[in-house]
Write a protein that binds this ligand. Structure first.
Ligand SMILES: NC(=[NH2+])NCCC[C@H](N)C(=O)O
Length: 314
């Protein structure tokens, strides 16, 4: 996949190509190590690798090409990269917004090296930036960003994406061809690190959102006009999209952390799929599932583990 083919104008176009990053070479062996890297529980390298293999195979079977960024890494970067267990959560490091690859900035210091390395791998797919081109990086972790459609982005500012990063990010959004940015603020007291752990796009006509989000009005920005506020559900209703609320149930904290692969199909983890299926059904969407419990111990699931590089508009 060449950079010229990068293109994502929604979360619900047919998924054609994603970047992934194979698990690092280290086990996470104790509760202390897990806490140091933002994991929920220990996990061995081999458990993580098995789960990663299943994820990749499933994506391939569903017709989506996967590019393992590890393959693009210059030899000298591999040693450090192999010690960064969060590198599997490649979603956070960058995103294709329209036709623009935008790189992010880690707010969690243990991920700083890994973000740099992922950017270097991605740059192998991109032509050299000429010196007069403006850099396209933001102080955002992309688990907080959704491409709602060809005109709109949704972004959360909170634990990982700083409110002070918003203005430069908006400018980047306008340059990339978007006309509106909806900003949500997940209360930091909930400890939810990224928006995709509380929200996702189920398809062109529906989104799922943790029930508390209805208490968090959306601030709507557009170029050259003063921002205004809209109710959370009302924002989506106004734009032809229904909000399906949910509360996390039992085992699965990752109900919203799936990826739309299309047509009318999403891919979720096995544990998330149980609660998700009835909700998706309401919107006419099927749920394919894959056992990635070992990777979920790192506090992320299918969405965090995939970075769409190309979606075909439908
Ligand atoms: N988009 C996401 N929800 N990513 C999850 C990342 C989890 C990772 N352990 C971290 O703390 O950063």
């Amino acid at each position: 996949m060449a950079f010229s083919e990068f293109e994502c104008w929604s979360e619900s176009g047919q998924l054609e190509c994603v970047a992934v990053f194979r698990p690092a070479a280290l086990d996470v062996t104790s509760a202390e190590e897990a806490a140091a890297v933002g994991f929920m529980r220990p996990v061995t390298r081999s458990e993580a690798e098995d789960a990663f293999g299943r994820l990749r195979d499933t994506l391939t079977r569903l017709g989506c090409q996967t590019i393992d960024l590890w393959e693009l890494l210059p030899e000298r970067e591999r040693a450090v990269s192999d010690t960064t267990v969060n590198r599997v959560f490649v979603r956070d490091t960058a995103a294709v917004l329209g036709r623009q690859l935008v790189t992010g900035t880690a707010a969690f210091p243990v991920r700083l090296a890994e973000f740099d390395v992922a950017h270097r791998a991605l740059s192998q797919l991109q032509p050299e930036l000429s010196s007069d081109e403006v850099p396209t990086s933001a102080r955002i972790e992309f688990g907080d960003v959704f491409v709602l459609d060809a005109e709109r982005l949704l972004v959360n500012v909170g634990l990982r994406s700083d409110a002070r990063a918003l203005q430069p990010f908006l400018e980047l959004a306008w340059r990339s061809g978007f006309r509106e940015a909806a900003v949500v603020r997940i209360p930091e007291s909930l400890g939810i690190i990224h928006l995709d752990l509380a929200f996702n796009v189920l398809g062109p006509r529906a989104v799922v959102a943790r029930a508390f989000l209805r208490h968090t009005p959306i601030q709507v920005f557009a170029q050259g006009v003063a921002p205004h506020w809209e109710p959370f559900d009302g924002y989506f209703a106004q734009r032809g999209c229904r909000v399906i609320p949910f509360e996390p149930k039992g085992e699965s904290g990752f109900m919203s952390n799936f990826i739309y692969v299309g047509p009318n199909l999403i891919l979720a983890s096995e544990s998330a799929s149980v609660g998700l299926r009835p909700l998706a059904k309401e919107a006419g969407i099927e749920v394919a599932s894959v056992d990635i419990e070992a990777l979920e111990r790192g506090n992320g699931s299918v969405r965090c583990l995939t970075m769409p590089l190309r979606r075909r508009a439908v």
